[in-house]
Structure formats: structure tokens, C-alpha cells
Design a protein around this ligand. Sequence first.
Ligand code: 13P
Length: 250
Amino acid sequence: MRKKIVAGNWKMNNDLGATRELLTDLKSRALPEGVEVIVTPTFTNLHSATEALSGSSIKVAAQNMHHSESGAYTGEISGTMLKSVGVNTVILGHSERRAYFGESNALLAEKVNAALAQGMTIIFCFGEELDDRKKGSHFDLVKSQLSEGLFHISESDWGKIVLAYEPVWAIGTGETASPEQAQEMHDFIRRTISEAYSDAVAQGVSILYGGSVKPNNAAEIFGKPDVDGGLIGGASLKAHDFMQIVNAFS
Ligand code: 13P
């Protein structure tokens, strides 16, 4: 059975004080059975987050990492550094990294290899822009993001992969993909993985939806058969809203 997961992508929000406050609030709340909860503070707050959440089942992930283990890469953070502060999960390929920092599918493939070499779990993000959807090329685009960034990994590596389909037009816009649009794409993703690998891999991987998920629409989106949870931006910054989303599985 694949996992139900709700991950909060905090992006470049919350200084140390705000991080501690939000984590204390989250830690004080009861979590539902059978849902994995992940938060992703900024790099500077990862260490204090893993310490603050010791004894809690909430996991801490990073928002990005470099593909080398160390070296002359000013301003970058490696997987070994993340692991040294207790972080074993990393988001790769977020559309903001692709759009603002020029991360290509080829670079992401290298980052995927680096994270897997560290034994880390990867939340691999991808999704089309509005133009792609208008042109009707969104399925092809998603297929190429997956095949160029991820499909070089071995079948056994899929145990370390969580997918996050995030249509760029729905991120931070208040415009959500309809539950039917999300289901249609998630079903396509599973069929694409089944063709490239096997039905067992396709059925075993958790596929999260991201893009304007809020307390008032999470239940309907998570109710779709191929949606296994969400990657939440804005609504993950408020403990009450985030926990309502965590509790939205029926
Ligand atoms: P919003 O939930 O703010 O639309 O952000 C989604 C996202 O980018 C999560 O990674």
C-alpha cells in the first residue's frame, strides 16, 4: 500500500523565531494515523527543526541540494551536509527552482543521483505551465520531465521516490486544478511509470498534488484514487490550516 503524505513547502518564509513557533504549534497537535507529515524549513533552520521535532513523527525535509558532495560551489548545500543535521529527505525539481534558477531535467537527474547515493528520499516535483495546458502539450511535457529527470534510476530506487505533480499555473495563484484534472494527470503519470518500469512500481509510488491546496478543497482532491496527498505552499505556514489539510483524508 502506498503512503499518504502531506508535505509543507515553506519556501523562503519563516526566520528562526517563526520556525520555532510554527513547529511548537504543529508538535502540540495530534496527528491522524496513517498519514506521513513533512515540513521543509529553509536551510538555516533545518538543524533547529530536526532538534525541535525529536520525539515527533513529523519529518523534516530540505527544499533543494547540490549534486556534488563538497567542493568549490559557493553558496551551495550538499546531501552530506543535510544528513549531518538529521535531514534525510529533499525536494528536487520544484518549478521555482526550474524557472528562477535554471534547473534543467539534466541537472535534476544529477541531483537525483546524488540524493540516492546518500540514501535520501526525494520528493520529485514537475508540472506544466499554463501555456502547455492551453496548447494541449501538458501530458507530453510531464512525460519528458519524468523521463529526462528520473527514469534513469533503477527499479529498486523507486522506494526512495515520492512524486509531486504541481501544475505551475496553480501555484500561489488561488487557482487549483480541479480534482478531475488532478486525477487525470496522476492516472497518466502512473501509466507512464508502468510502461517505463512495471505496474508494481507505478502502483507503489505516492503521487502528491500541489498548487493552491487549502483546507476547503483538500478533501475533494485527496479523495481521488490516484492522489496520495499534497505538497502545500501558502497554507502550510499556518498550523491550523496545515493540520486541517493533514486531516482531510477520508
Ligand atoms: P501553494 O500551495 O502556495 O500554491 O504552493 C504550492 C507549492 O508550490 C508547493 O510546493
